[in-house]
Write a protein of this length. Sequence first.
Length: 328
Amino acid sequence: MHTRTLGQDLQVSAIGLGAMGMSQSYGPNPGDRSEMIAVLRSALDAGVTFFDTAEVYGPYVNEELVGEALEPVRDQVVIATKFGWDIQNGQSVGLDSRPEQIRRVADASLRRLRTDTLDLFYQHRVDPDVPIADVAGTVGELVAEGKVRHFGLSEASAATIRAAHAVFPVTAVQSEYSLWTRDPEVEVLPTLAELGIGFVPFSPLGKGFLTGTVSTDTAFDDGDIRRRVPRFEAENLAANQALVDHVKVLAEAKDAAPGQIVRRDDPCRARRVPGDRCPERILVVDPRPRGRGPADPGRTRDRLRAVQPAGQGIPHGNGEHRHRVRRR
């Protein structure tokens, strides 16, 4: 698999693997532990070296799963995790990016991931009650201490990215980005290009919809996050089918899987982190369709973007106006 470089010097596989769905959000959960460990290790066999988790997934158990699975191959992989939540009695009740909390999370994540260093440490959501300079400065101290290698942000605005980067270099920014979620294109992507910061899209396959495996007949389990997303309501799914139909036509023309076409729609050469629990799907990770004719990424992109999605997705708002509840 091809590799990409985040920021200045963090080299990762062009496709990463998000582990969240192995413990929450996409049922039934949690997945069988031995099976999920096998999935993580099979991803490495397929060329994936970039793995994504967070303390809030589970909470905690997803980091433990990733740590157990990747401990034997730790020197071959890059592990990203995240801080920034106030977790009480097993539930996230708000945000908390105070410096002392960042340090507590770093130490706990190191233990759960069975490692000496966190390769990439994201602020999971921007905390409006803590100056971003304090957050960046604290992670910078952890880098100096050898506990963290690189600093990242998730769902941050362009202004926040600039302010953080001025204090300590930001290696990567993670945001939702796909054919039907293009918010970062307006301000975030130009800012990252200017500052030399890597971009890591999550949910690049539209939470599974853009692969053509979800229809109006699909029944989501109680624990499945898509039950709460308006875009997955039956009426909107039917309207959005036009986008999937376009993807399928292009996939057939290129002798490719729909997911490859979706991943190929990538004007910024991003490092994507789709999530999956199936080894067979992980094996189809190369985003380059073989095709029966010359590639025309510009035309493909224009066709796909011409179809406007119906219904709202999960409202991120650049992450800076959500989850205001704080209970410390």
